[in-house]
Design a protein around this ligand. Structure first.
Ligand code: BGC
Length: 549
């Protein structure tokens, strides 16, 4: 199944030498969810050629790197996070040559490319799992409990709901922390590690600048696979070490991958998608001999409250500083409710973005957030494809997928079936769906209101969210030291955050009303324009302003 790439495909960047090391320390990295970004062939599903055609847009937006979600051969039981061949491109998304050309075109524009790697599990269609003998060596099989072994080996639950075990025709059980179509690999078997080393080399040889490591906290399970003894396990994820998440053993794998990455030229990086119970445990993933970055989910899950935000910012900075790593910041991705909706509206969405882009370190953007796209909350059940939804057996009616007050809005990913709402193909131009997404339709329906949110509709409008992102990213580049420099808190009234960064001061008002403060300087950029008079300024409610100092 693996496609051939010949030595005549010069996908490697022309020149990396001479570049400053550590590009990733303050990089803005843009997540392309390939199936929903741009479609070149009219099948309604985004692809690599479509994504390549939009690279100039990303360059112009002002990002440093692109992260591509999985485009590998896959039955698509979980949007491609169920990989059947790690060295092949799924025909839905193109060919290996398209992948190489994407990397080359990005490098020509000075953009880096990170790809996803999915090491915790494969697809159940992977050749290893299809061969019953190989499968029993390389995946986690156990006999069942109870008379006749008809009960699962332990009480672990799948992140998508239901037991984490499925019984085979032979009567034993296999582990799947996600869908049954995603059997967990057994990382105690050295063949597994050897195969992933080879897969990483394959993509590094093709020229990629690094990997976003899916479920980086999951590959190692506690010896004996002990019961947890707790019902709602999804609620425990990220709040404590579990026998299947954040085991210390995963760090040996990341260390060996760091050695592999370092054996290549050009500052290739590893980014952990890890749900750890504390900033301190998360920082273990980015120790000097481990990965370069880890997603900061505590920031993403923080509530819209000045004290809560300050606490998570301080804890994140302290934890990463203790190991000499940069902090990362993220507000949206393909697993969670888009942040303008999650935080309570577009006004807060814009303010949160300016806060994030003012913080020291690296920031991750999710496609469409620069357009201010809200979550699509009224997708009909019949178009939904998220396995979490399909397994929940619930009927989600119009509006039912917005989190209720008693729910954790970022609950590892809206696993109750909400994830399709942030994956709707993005609008580029025109008055009608698919809004320039491609020459055909779009695999999920786009709302009529999105004609006003397209790239075309917003370009050149200084009040638009797209121009706000462009201006913020341009300022990040222009103010020396803004990316990776220091942060100093400045006294501010309750509900307001104020901090100084090299060349600017950021003020955020999390209250629903204006707050009067002394004018700190000249406004550089604002999510809502402040009114200043007689040495005082009215900091707009739910607004963020950058000031020149
Ligand atoms: C990915 C999800 C995916 C899950 C299983 C997550 O970390 O971001 O989209 O469903 O891993 O691979």
């Amino acid at each position: 199944m693996t496609q051939e790439l010949t030595s005549t495909d010069p996908a490697r960047p022309a020149a990396r030498s001479g570049e400053a090391p550590g590009w990733w320390r303050d990089a803005v990295i843009y997540q392309v969810y390939v199936r929903s970004f741009a479609d070149s062939d009219g099948d309604g599903i985004g692809d690599l050629r479509g994504a390549r055609s939009r690279l100039p847009y990303l360059k112009d937006l002002g990002v440093d790197a692109v992260w591509l979600t999985p485009f590998y051969a896959s039955p698509q039981a979980d949007g491609g996070y169920d990989v059947a061949d790690y060295r092949a491109v799924d025909p839905l998304f193109g060919t290996l040559r398209d992948a190489a050309e994407f990397v080359r075109a990005a490098h020509d524009l000075g953009l880096r490319v990170i790809v996803d790697i999915v090491p915790n599990h494969t697809s159940d269609r992977h050749p290893w799992f299809r061969d019953p003998d190989l499968a029993r060596e390389r995946y986690v099989f156990r006999p069942g409990k109870g008379p006749g072994g008809e009960l699962p080996p332990n009480d672990w639950e799948s992140v998508f709901g239901g037991p984490a075990w499925t019984r085979t025709e032979r009567g034993d059980w296999y582990l799947h922390l996600f869908a049954p179509e995603q059997p967990d690999l057994d990382w105690d078997n050295p063949d597994v590690a050897a195969e992933f080393d080879s897969v990483l080399r394959f993509w590094l040889d093709l020229g990629v600048d690094g990997f976003r490591i899916d479920v980086a906290h999951g590959m190692v399970k506690a010896p004996g696979l002990p019961d947890i003894g707790h019902g709602a396990q999804a609620k425990l994820i990220g709040s404590q070490v579990l026998p299947f998440f954040d085991q210390d053993g995963v760090h040996a794998i990341h260390r060996s991958w760091r050695r592999l990455l370092d054996s290549y030229d050009g500052d290739r990086i590893g980014v952990a998608e890890a749900w750890a119970p504390s900033p301190e445990r998360l920082a273990l993933y980015v120790r000097p001999d481990e990965l370069h970055q880890a997603f900061n989910f505590p920031f993403l899950t923080a509530s819209w409250d000045a004290a809560a935000l300050r606490e998570v910012i301080d804890a994140s900075l302290a934890a990463t500083a203790s190991v000499g790593a940069p902090t990362t910041w993220v507000l949206s991705n393909h697993d969670v409710v888009r942040h303008p909706t999650r935080l309570g509206g577009p006004r807060r969405g814009r303010a949160a973005t300016l806060l994030m882009l003012a913080l020291p370190g690296s920031a991750y953007l999710y496609q469409g957030e620069e357009l201010g796209l809200p979550e699509v909350t009224d997708l009909p059940d019949e178009v939904r494809q998220d396995p979490a939804f399909l397994r929940s057996r619930r009927t989600h009616t119009t509006g039912d997928n917005v989190p209720r007050a008693d729910e954790d809005p970022a609950d590892l990913s809206g696993q109750e079936g909400r994830r399709d709402g942030c994956r709707v193909p993005i609008p580029w131009s025109g008055d009608r769906p698919p809004y320039g997404f491609g020459p055909g339709g779009s695999w999920l329906p786009q709302p009529p209101s999105w004609r006003r949110l397209s790239v075309q509709a917003q370009t050149g409008d200084p009040a638009s969210t797209l121009e706000l992102y462009r201006a913020a990213l341009s300022l990040r580049r222009r103010l020396p030291g803004l990316g990776d420099g220091s942060l100093t808190w400045v006294p501010a009234p309750p509900g307001v955050l104020a901090f100084a960064r090299p060349g600017m001061l950021c003020t955020l008002n999390t209250l629903g009303h204006d707050v009067e403060i002394p004018v700190p300087g000249e406004p550089l950029l604002a999510s809502v324009t402040p009114v200043t008079r007689d040495g005082l300024t009215l900091l707009p409610g739910d607004g963020c302003v950058w000031w020149a100092i």
